[in-house]
Write a protein that binds this ligand. Structure first.
Ligand code: NAD
Length: 459
């Protein structure tokens, strides 16, 4: 996973180095030196912070929990990125996710840098009191490097508004009299969070898909229908007809994207399969997504796992093994769980010709190459799942101004921002030979390189 991001950054920079119209003042040796600097700046994080949080458990045991905050790059503004509570967290993963945040913010013109945090725990194994202590300790241990203008965390897998409220409260206690509302985003609304933040990523994921497959193609149909670009052909094969969708992960991102697809007025799409950490549910006629969300709300976010429970809740679905979802015959596969879900072991069995990355880095480097070579159109994480950080930016602004938008205003602003990015990227993408991920990286790297050059940092 780590290698893929670095490789694409480097190949994007190589493409830019050969383009004489990009930074034309840089020539010969100084050009070579500048591009070497760029590779090293963008491939390595500025700071890797690691601590062992000392926690007294309710049963009297004292444990030390490993915790990270990786700050990758702050060229465009304060560091920004989520904090993940999961047992698979490790330094490489956190560093890679921090790098993706830098690229994502640059792509969508969000004035933040990139960072990521993580704590190696399974939050389900801790009591609420212990989780509260873990959140407080995280802020205490990293208190000097966090802050409204320094580094602004947000929720990620295993954390949510509750954890951000706890962390912001601790930050405020440690830094009395300093601005604190913008120190964390993804907080509850009563604590200065933005309306619409919880649903923002899932809504943005479905918006990206819908805008590309409907609005954009409709607008560009005259030239796209005759294009021999392999990705334009894949898109055209799926244009103007109802699409079947499978969604891996039914948490914050997956369940909201599923509901958006279920309610979509533009396309008569059907969500035929969803999965979570336990199970896949399948119905070729389309699943009752609102009923599954209602069930999840009462069962810690989990899906029903057996026929009896489904019957009891009047939900029509076949129960399959968890990983079966990936190989179902569908038009579109949304990946909204964790990293590395599509890999060399299953890439040959993927039937979907459209893949949307709601999660970060859910397709490994080899699988990405294999599927792209076969014309599978993969909408990359940094393009599709930026809704969360975009609304976090709105939340940060609202915290500074203490003026708050309505939920509808937030969604309108979110869709406007994502549409601006899509209108910048898609026309070029459907003409280029590169996969969409590479196009997005080139765009982000162009932005970062130009700013770094203008700031005199390329030496
Ligand atoms: P979440 O914890 O709310 O949900 C994760 C879901 O994935 C759960 O339904 C869980 O049961 C399921 N899951 C876990 N392992 C699985 C497996 N092996 N197979 C199938 N399902 C599995 O997390 P989330 O906030 O929805 O985030 C999901 C992904 O999206 C993560 O990669 C996260 O980094 C990324 N992301 C989230 C946001 C956000 O705002 N929440 C923003 C950008 C990116």
């Amino acid at each position: 996973m780590e290698k893929k991001t670095e490789d694409i950054i480097e190949s994007s920079l190589n493409a830019l180095a050969e383009d004489d119209s990009f930074l034309p003042d840089l020539r010969d040796e100084s050009r070579q030196q500048a591009f070497k600097s760029l590779v090293s700046i963008l491939s390595t994080p500025n700071h890797v912070n690691k601590s062992f949080l000392r926690i007294a458990l309710e049963n009297g045991t004292v444990v030390r929990v490993p915790a990270f905050r990786v700050q990758h790059n702050k060229t465009l503004g304060p560091y920004k990125g989520g904090i993940r509570f999961h047992e698979s967290v490790n330094e490489d993963e956190v560093s890679n996710l921090a790098k993706l945040m830098t690229l994502k913010n640059a792509l969508h013109e969000v004035p933040f840098g990139g960072a990521k945090g993580g704590v190696i725990i399974n939050p389900r194994e801790y009591t609420d009191k212990e989780l509260n202590l873990i959140c407080k300790k995280y802020v205490q241990y990293f208190s000097d490097i966090l802050g409204t203008e320094k580094d602004i965390p947000a929720p990620d897998v295993g954390t949510g508004a509750r954890e951000m409220d706890w962390m912001m409260a601790e930050y405020k206690t440690i830094h009395p009299g300093q601005p604190y509302r913008g120190s964390f985003t993804g907080k509850s609304v009563i604590n200065g969070g933005s309306l619409g933040r919880r649903a923002a990523t899932g809504k943005g994921v479905y918006f990206t898909f819908r805008y590309m497959m409907h609005n954009f193609i409709k607008e560009n149909h005259p030239w796209m229908k005759d294009s021999d670009n392999r990705f334009a052909r894949t898109a055209m094969e799926h244009y103007d007809r109802p699409l079947s969708i499978a969604i891996q992960g039914f948490g914050n991102v997956g369940s909201v994207a599923a509901l958006q697809a279920y309610q979509c007025n533009y396309l008569q799409n059907k969500v035929v399969a969803v999965s979570d950490r336990n199970v896949t549910l399948y119905n070729s006629e389309g699943l009752d997504i609102p009923a599954l969300i209602k069930y999840g709300k009462k069962h810690k976010g989990d899906l029903p796992v057996d026929d009896e429970t489904l019957a009891e809740h009047e939900i029509k679905a076949t129960v399959l093994n968890r990983d079966d979802l990936l190989e179902i015959e569908v038009d579109a596969l949304f990946l909204a769980a964790l990293e590395d879900q599509v890999h060399t072991g299953n890439m040959e069995n993927i039937k979907a010709r459209l893949i949307v990355e709601g999660a970060n880095a859910p397709v490994t480097e080899d699988a990405d190459q294999y599927l792209s070579d076969r014309g599978v159109l993969i909408v990359p994480d940094i393009l599709a799942n930026a809704g969360g950080v975009i609304v976090s930016y709105f939340e940060w602004m609202q915290g500074r101004e203490t003026q708050f938008d309505t939920e509808d205003q937030i969604y309108d602003k979110l869709y406007d921002k994502m549409q601006e990015t899509l209108d910048t990227i898609l026309p070029q993408f459907f003409k280029d030979p590169f996969p969409l991920r590479q196009n997005c990286y080139i765009h982000s790297v162009t932005k970062l390189s130009t700013v770094l050059y203008r700031q005199g940092k390329l030496y």
